[in-house]
Design a protein around this ligand. Sequence first.
Ligand code: TRP
Length: 349
Amino acid sequence: MPNVGSYEASLERSEALKEQLAKNPQQFRMLTGDRPTGRLHMGHYFGTIRERVNLQNLGVPTMILIADYQVITDRDTTEHIQDNVYNMVMDYLACGIDPAKTSIYTHSSVPACNQLMLPFLSLMSESELQRNPTVKAEMEASGHALTGLLLTYPVHQACDILFCKGNIVPVGRDQLPHIEATRLIARRFNERYAPVFPEPEALLNDAPAIPGLDGRKMSKSYGNAISLSFTAEETAKRIKKSPTDSERVITFDPENRPGVSALLTTAALCTGRTEEEIAAEIGAAGSGALKTYVTTSVNEFFAPIRERRHAYENDLNYVKDVLHEGIRKATEIAEATLNEVREAMGMVY
Ligand code: TRP
């Protein structure tokens, strides 16, 4: 038996949850979010967006948060934030997030959600906050001193999840400590005052991390990502520049041939074929032929998504309407929850 709380345990639990989600979608409320720091890329799409669309279409009530306040946890600018937020809505819609089923909103626009921060902060000790490994890693990566917001943002994330009584949270492995903090906060609030909150569970993706074109994790900051908003030409250019090696015959070997293998995985994701099958087919035709194949696969797969995205780019008013309606719904839910919280705490005057 894996340790409770370990990655393996979470993965096992996620598999069980997936079965329940398919059987009883209405018992769940799914909440996920992304920071609006740039355009969504293929890593986001195959890592989580595709799964969110599936669950939405299964009938799981869904909310998608654009976590704008979290942008300033480890950086000192909100430059381009409005543009990033609108573009993120376009990316979601283009990928199949349906505003009739899913609310998309920014948390800075929902004061009642943010107000949960005060009672929730009182439920965590300083040393519990200091121990969070993801916070530590983000602080080190930022090169900044630990800000008060970075230290307490897992508590803010608990507000994001609990304001709508979210009980299922699709996240990557790095977010598990925050889900643990959220569960702790829910439990402590319920014990101290009255049972208001569910203890949410993480839904981990079992797909391996999506490699960027150089074999490292796909990330905008590494310049190895293919954004959903790229044109076919930009995609071709980025793939053409991706690093391969001097071995002619194409084989799938992520350890020793990270560049070639990342290209194979990219094509595999877009075609539904296996890396080995594609490698065998290309064989001695070499990396030029592989790149041509990858470019075609990616551009064919994303063509309909990109076409929809263009339509939204030309209709910013619609994009804003979607966001405003999402904010309206989130506000309604947050106010109801905040009222329950005030009542549970006896703060009714
Ligand atoms: N912290 C998440 C990230 O960095 C974004 C996020 C904010 C989030 N609030 C959330 C994710 C609530 C899931 C649930 O990607």
